[in-house]
Design a protein around this ligand. Sequence first.
Ligand code: ZN
Length: 727
Amino acid sequence: MTTAILAEKFSQAVTYSTIFEKSSKKKGYIEIQDKLFPDGAIITWGVGHLIELEMARAYGKAYERWSLSWLPLVPKASDFKLKVSEKTSDQYKVVESILKKCNDIIIATDAGREGELIAYSILKMANVAHKPIKRMWTNKLVESDMKEAFQNLKNSEETYGYYVEAETRQFADWLIGINGSPLVSILLNNHLKNDQFVPFSLGRVQTPTLYMIYENDKRIENFSPETFYDIKGICQSEKDFSVELKEKKSFKSKEELNTFMSENKLKIGLNSGYVKEANIQTKYQDAPELYNLTNLQKEASKKYGFTANGVLDILQSLYDAGFVTYPRTDCKYIGGEEFLAVFKQREKVAMCMGIPNDWKNDQPNKMHVDDEKVEEHSALMITSKIPDYKTMNEEQRIIYSMVAVSNLKMFESPYIFDSSEILVSVEDVDFSARGRVDRDLGWKRLDKYLIEPPTKKKAEKKEISILPNLEKGMSLKVTLSIHEGETKAPQMMTESRLLSLMENPNVESDEDRKILKQTSGIGTVATRASIIEGLKSKEYIKDTKGKLTTTLKGKILCESIEGTLLSNASMTANWEKYLKEIHKGNASQEIFLQKIEVFLNDLIKKLPQRIEDKKAIFSALSENEKNKNKICDCPNGNCKGIIVLKQLDGGKKTKLYGCTEYKKGCKVILPYEFSGKKLTETNIKDLISKGMTRKIKGFKSKNKEGKEFSAKLHFDKNTNKISFVFE
Ligand SMILES: [Zn+2]
């Protein structure tokens, strides 16, 4: 019989079918006729992950319910149980029957770890992994590339290592989730004594990621601003310019500053000084690195406010349409041949984006093009399929233009600028000023072809000034003054920052990264976005206009695992590093799973005491959270509750003010809206403490005209009712 071609999903199967001579679509598969397959071929496809790992209960009756008694559950690698995902079992049946009937199989899922995992899980489940298997491997869904890949199939062994690596990751994640989640949930719920059981979960990547957000929260919470003082000088010249102290930038107190001034004979006001040094250097800057997925996510998140997951979705849609190369890449380089491919397309792409065809460079630069640095995938590239720019949706245009412009910058000249540094000496104290003048924008010219962000975010505050031409030895009048400032709170966590931290937990700033050797991050380029989404959907973190903070639930989980490996991203990054060696054959699945088992045994042994020790912290956290929302104490005599704004999950989301002891029978409730007017927290405080508000404007009468009127409100503690008071 025929060859079975296994695609990752329906749309991919359809794209493949277009390159063959004849194709006819059936239910769940497409029949192919082409000289490449004299005996015929059938393309079928998965839907997401058709196959999943079974839950604990599949391993025996004892595991049906969460319990501390059966922990840990650690099957041997060969004993992990697979199951067909219920949602997509119909498609699986089609795939299975095709795979069972065919003579040989071509795996044509996405060319990456995930694609390998999807394919081999299906082959294992269908029990057909012994049949002859070839791999179709391309990172561009463009006709010529797909044809070439089908004509030059790889042996399955060439990519099988990626499957072993992905499978090991899947097993490890399962082990930590299936054991860690009941462990931490049962222990925590014993302590928290909530009305309802609150499930918590642990994850190999998820938990260290959460902990990094928590650490940032604590840094912000513990921060208190400090006042500092510094000295600024204005130099009089053909064009005035400002200078600051070169060495000691700021002082903790005015006294300290005054002592410094008098010791150095500096005066507030006019001083005389001279130009000690005036250096101008011409500098050249090459076009920035090409994008890998994480860097594109970071930049698009910062500039356009996308979530990491949003960027991946858009990029995936561009890839499925054939416009960009495979999205899940962590490489920032392309190969020599790929450079030529982009080179060939540059005019067409430029035309589609309205960029003038005026290129300054045809040569590959090691910064971008390096065959030795390309591994599984290359940096994100445009393909030979050029989109109709105008019919793309706005989001696609944003992401496509980012990729295209990053590629086209390779063909521009370097950015050239003059950097000047001036040292001014006043009474032997050095003051400095820096300036920059653009000589040639070079690749920066292309930035204007990127899509403008919807609301222009404030440009980063970089004072780049043009300094006058000064000669060494020139004397200058310098007016000194004292400035008072306040230290700034640590930055809030954003997805962009979090991605950087996941990529490299040890070093946060891009500057540090250049100096220090890149260590392994946590998670893979393909999974980071979904890890962040998972933290949101499980309500461990809140996303307030792009700022990420932990919730009470998240904080409690973080406190309970503090001090374990799961609170240490740099340590879990070592796991990731080990995993990445598996596909190369330098590391083994068996050893890795043993490491996980050792970790789990340790966690099971130590976590009960750890959580016991945190009792006081848990109640402090809960109290803290409560007080954040507190409007006032409950007016009900014996009640110890507080009044908070509550969100009710009704058909419509409605709000009201009520007592936290509602479940214990306290029925103090005040409306969020009264006669068409929203009541403020101050109104509620007044009602409860004084029984009466000030005059409030903007109530609407119930008659037809809905006339607005003003009145005071009165609250009757005994009947719990509010009424108008007109004076
Ligand atoms: Zn109450």
